[in-house]
Ligand binder design. Structure first.
Ligand code: PHE
Length: 345
């Protein structure tokens, strides 16, 4: 018998919590139902005679809780509905007043360029590989054929983790090449966007953090001509269908032969002269055929497989596209800068 009465009380308590009060009419209905002279709560007090003697005390405590819950809810909702701040429906709120404008967010220009580049390569079968920014020395340097005494390993250039000579912030996305080659079997065709770090003096032209996109293609019979055609396709998608490219011989420890790719930007105005140093050509990326040593380091047979790799910086391309003259603006999160990109996708 007692248990029945207890569960009845709990039922009333729950209904108090769940009761939705949105208007003053609701509030009045609530008051009559739970706080008036004929309220459900009053009726519960009448049930005390049905409770076993040893439970009467607990029952009393529970009843007072119910009463208190109803009074608290009534008082707080009443205050909200009557408040002059417009939260209550009957508070004189002017429903015809114009609303606050909704300021929509915008994509970060670095994301815009990154997405475009990954989109261009995904259309020819490259899949996106994302990897860690805290790397070990092996994936960032050793596997990539960069000898122990290479100056890039110097503390001046590389951020090592505190008290560590092996854990570092990756200096290029080429570390992803090693991550992928040691865990996947050819054919490999990936594009790896991400943030990289170098211990450089911060200025309008260089920063200690920036973004790169790495590309890697490994299969049987991949040639330099495949690389050139892939990069020409990229340049034309990114910079327009008439774009011309040139490959200049270069050096990277992890590619042989290596090249740098320029796109022809033009010399139509003073700005063009300045940014292309009077040549009309802009350097966009580094590339080359994956050095057989790198394949061996990562457990891929260089007598069977060959491949090409490339890596490009993002901020510079974003600066060219949006005429941003100071790289630091990308990292300051000043809404006045970021808002200019609203609507750009
Ligand atoms: N990792 C090189 C850099 O950061 C770019 C690169 C990637 C060059 C892949 C060749 C091949 O400058």
């Amino acid at each position: 018998m007692s248990e029945d009465v207890f569960s009845k009380v709990r039922g009333v308590l729950n209904s108090i919590y769940e009761f939705r009060i949105e208007t003053t009419d609701d509030l009045e209905f609530f008051r009559v139902r739970y706080l008036g002279t004929k309220s459900e709560v009053k009726a519960l007090f009448g049930e005390i005679k049905n409770v076993d003697n040893d439970k009467k005390k607990d029952f009393g405590i529970l009843l007072n809780e119910v009463k208190q819950a109803a009074e608290d809810k009534y008082a707080s909702v009443k205050a909200i509905l009557e408040s002059a701040d417009g939260t209550g429906l009957d508070s004189g709120l002017d429903l015809t007043a114009p609303s606050e404008p909704i300021i929509s967010g915008s994509r970060h220009p670095v994301s815009v360029i990154l997405n475009q580049i990954t989109g261009i390569f995904s259309r020819i079968g490259f899949t996106v590989a994302e990897e860690r920014e805290v790397e070990d020395d092996w994936h960032n340097f050793t596997a990539m054929n960069t000898p122990e005494d290479h100056p890039a390993r110097d503390m001046q250039d590389t951020f090592y983790l505190k008290d560590s000579l092996t854990q570092l912030l990756r200096t290029h996305t080429s570390s992803v090449q090693a991550r992928i080659m040691t865990t996947q079997k050819p054919p490999i065709r990936i594009i790896a966007p991400g943030r990289v770090y170098r211990n450089e003096t911060i200025s309008s032209r260089s920063h200690c953090q920036f973004h790169q996109v790495e590309g890697l293609y490994i299969d049987e019979g991949v040639t330099f001509a495949d690389m050139k055609q892939t990069l020409l396709y990229f340049a034309r998608e990114m910079y327009g269908p008439q774009t011309n490219i040139r490959l200049r011989p270069s050096f990277f420890p992890f590619t042989e032969p290596s090249a740098e790719m320029d796109v022809y930007w033009g010399l139509n105005n003073e700005d063009d002269y300045r940014i292309t140093k009077g040549t009309g050509w802009l350097e966009i990326l580094g590339c080359g055929m994956v050095d057989p040593n790198v394949l061996v380091n990562c457990g891929i047979d260089p007598s069977k497989y060959s491949g090409f790799a490339f890596g490009m910086g993002i901020e510079r391309q974003a600066m060219l596209r949006y005429k941003v003259t100071d790289i630091r603006q990308f990292f300051e999160n000043d809404v006045r800068f970021l808002r200019q990109f609203s609507g750009v996708i």
